[in-house]
Structures are given as C-alpha cells and as structure tokens.
Design a binder for this molecule. Structure first.
Ligand SMILES: [Zn+2]
Length: 402
C-alpha cells in the first residue's frame, strides 16, 4: 500500500537535535517511509490513499518502551482485553516488553524462563493487535540463568531482559547474569526505586551503578522514586538510559529531565508508561507524560517528543521512531484538541493540554483516520483526497485461522 500525507502543518523528526523537518508532505510505501518534506506528483498519482492533513502536526509513531504484555491482546493484571489496540489509539505504534512478568504462574526456573521469553517473542513476530508492533520476549532474570541460556536465546532472536523480580539475596547478586546477557547483545532493563509489588525489592542508585544495566527502568519510580541525590548519581556516574514512566513520581520525572539537560545527557531520556500495572491500563499514558514534561520543564515539546521516538531508536537500535526515509512507516497525526485555548499540538502540550490524536499509520497502513476513540477530536479536519483501497484496512501478511 502506498499512502501520501499532504498539507502537514508541522513535521517533527523524532531527533531532538534537529526536531523540525522542512516541508509539508510525506510518503509511506509498502511499510517504509519514502520522501519526507516534499512529494513528487508521480507519488500522488501512484498512491492508493492520499490524506490532506489540514495543517496538523505529524510525529513518528510513539514508542512505549515499558509495557507489561503477556500473550494476545490481554492483560491479566487488569483483566482487560484489547488494551494494545487501545494504546494505538493513544498514538503508540510500538511497545517494548518490560518482561512477561504478569503471565499467571510464570516459571522461575531457567528452562521455563527461557521458554517463556522465546514463546512471547515468537507470538508477536507477525501478530499486531490493532496494528501495534510489539517487541516481546524479555528474559526475567532469576538465579540459575547461565551464559548458555543467553547464547541460545540470542541465536533465536531474543534480545530483551529485565532485572527486578528475581529471587536474589541482594539485588546486586544479579550482576554476573546481567554481564552474560549484555555479552550476547541483550538490552537489559532494571527496575529502579522502591518495591513495585509484594515480593519485589527496592533497587538503589548504588545497586544500579554496580549492575550497569542498559536502561534504568522507570528511573522516576515504579511507582516509588529513588532519592533525588541517588537519581543525580545515576545521571552523572553511569551511561544507562533514563526511562521516565507515567506510573512513577511526576516530580522525579521532571527532575530527571532537568538533570539530563544540565549534564548534556538528553540522548538517554526515554518516556514510557510502565503499564498495565497497578496504575492501570493507560492508552494515553505516554502522551500524557510527554505533555506533563513539556509543561513542567523548560524543554520544548518538539524535543520532549524525541524521548518516546528517536531516543528509543538510539537506545534500542530500532528501525522505527524517526521520520526519515527507509524507516518503518509509523506516523501519528496530532493537533490541539477541540476547545483547546492553543492553536496547535505543540502549543497545547506547552500549555499542559493533551493533544488530540487524529490518525495513526503503522507499517504504512492507516489504522484510523479522523479521530482516536481515546482523545478529544482535533481542532483541524483531515480530508481523504484519493482512495483506491477497496477493502477495510488490515494488516497484510497475517495468517488468519478459521
Ligand atoms: Zn514495569
């Protein structure tokens, strides 16, 4: 499918160093982004679908780097069906598993842990609920995992791991296992701050600095934050990604942004939801945090948006998160919500108002156009100016069973 967006008011790249893109149009062709900025008339002639964005703002599809998936589009923690499709209606086109810890009766022995991660990775390889791409299969670190487990899982394409729930006497006892995983190319996320649920343990700045995971998961607490001094040490004494979560402490989240700015470390900042959890199912979790950080800190919204787009590209080596030719064709259109006192999406965010999500394209396929079921409607209107698509939009290449 070839889709062209025209008459875009503002294009945000996802790269905080150069957040704005000149021009007003872009092409999505067979799942990849094509020209960005200007579009040749030949592209419009050959397009299956042309959407006039009416002056709205285009951003890369949002990436939620901390989601507690299990199997299918279901969360046992909050007993909710269809939550991933709902998150797509919050502008999110990719989710990264923060481990399948919520699977009822999840195994704790090494063979079972490895099998769970591999099964989750496989189950989401082509399955996209509502169009959502899910990076699944995160190894839950427990005693007994050995180098050979990571070697064989890496060979099968598993690349995520999570520290924070294992039966270790002291949190830092996991450190040799973290090194094994990193040797085999795993991105290791570690719980940060106070305990999350009964049975989990607090993880301090000292623990993190000893462990050196790749990502300090919810560094503003999930839900209870580190001390401010501890957070400052993690910023200054490590290179790990600083992942802010909606489900954490909002004051600590703003402090993370300010510390990263003051120490020239903005590349490391990620904004995620850390849901579904006790905080609930939050389809607008990421866009709400992006808005909160845009209004509570001095950093401009076009740069804050990079924390859930281009910064994820860098930290996780993804092919999504940037409006750039050849990247995955994941695009979200946002605008000031109807009735907002501000004139466009960025001004709305600066003012503290969650923008309207007006359309989402993932893998180059329109998932909805006009308005999200989870936000207010936009101020501006989208217009479909050409449509050769004869049937309902759906994922291509997905096998449907009887
Ligand atoms: Zn979590």
């Amino acid at each position: 499918m070839k889709v062209v967006l025209t008459n875009i008011g503002t294009m945000i790249s996802g790269d905080w160093r150069q957040p704005f893109i000149d021009g007003d149009a872009l092409v999505m062709d067979n799942g990849r982004l094509g020209s960005i900025g200007t579009v040749a008339s030949g592209d419009i002639d050959s397009a299956d679908l042309v959407v006039d964005a009416g002056g709205m703002t285009a951003i890369p599809g949002i990436i939620d780097s901390h989601v507690h998936i299990t199997f299918g589009d279901y969360t046992p923690r909050q007993k909710t069906v269809g939550f991933l499709e709902s998150y797509l209606h919050g502008g999110i086109t990719s989710c990264i598993s923060a481990s399948e810890i919520h699977v009822p009766g999840r195994p704790v022995d090494p063979a079972g842990i490895a099998a769970l991660a591999l099964a989750a990775q496989r189950c989401f390889q082509t399955y996209r609920p509502g169009g959502m791409r899910v990076y699944a299969g995160s190894v839950i670190m427990e005693p007994g995992l050995a180098d050979a487990h990571f070697e064989s899982l890496a060979a099968e394409g598993v690349w995520l791991a999570k520290v924070g729930f294992g039966a270790f006497a002291k949190p830092v006892d996991v450190t040799p296992i973290v090194r094994s995983a990193q040797r085999h190319g795993f991105k290791v996320m570690c719980h940060t701050g106070g305990a999350s649920i009964p049975g989990s343990a607090p993880i301090t700045a000292d623990d993190l600095i000893t462990m050196q995971p790749d990502i300090a998961g919810h560094c503003n607490g999930g839900p209870v934050a580190l001390s401010d001094a501890g957070l400052e040490r993690v910023v200054k004494e490590s290179t790990m990604a600083l992942q802010i979560a909606q489900a954490g402490n909002i004051r600590s989240a703003a402090l993370t942004i300010r510390l990263a700015e003051a120490n020239d470390q903005f590349d490391r900042v990620l904004i995620s939801s850390d849901t579904p959890t006790g905080t609930g199912v939050m389809p607008l979790g990421v866009i709400k945090s992006l808005t909160e950080m845009s209004t509570l800190t001095e950093v401009e919204p076009e740069r804050i948006i990079a924390t859930a787009t281009g910064n994820c590209t860098r930290v996780y080596d993804l092919d999504a998160g940037l409006l750039k030719p050849d990247m995955a064709a994941d695009v979200t259109l946002i605008d000031a919500s109807q009735g907002c006192t501000q004139s466009d999406a960025l001004a709305a965010m600066r003012n503290g108002d969650i923008p309207a999500v007006a359309a989402v394209f993932s893998n180059g396929i329109p998932r909805f156009i006009g308005k999200s079921r989870n936000t207010p409607p936009p101020t501006r209107q989208l217009r479909i100016t050409k449509n050769k698509v004869l049937q309902q939009f759906k994922e291509e290449g997905v096998h449907h069973c009887c």
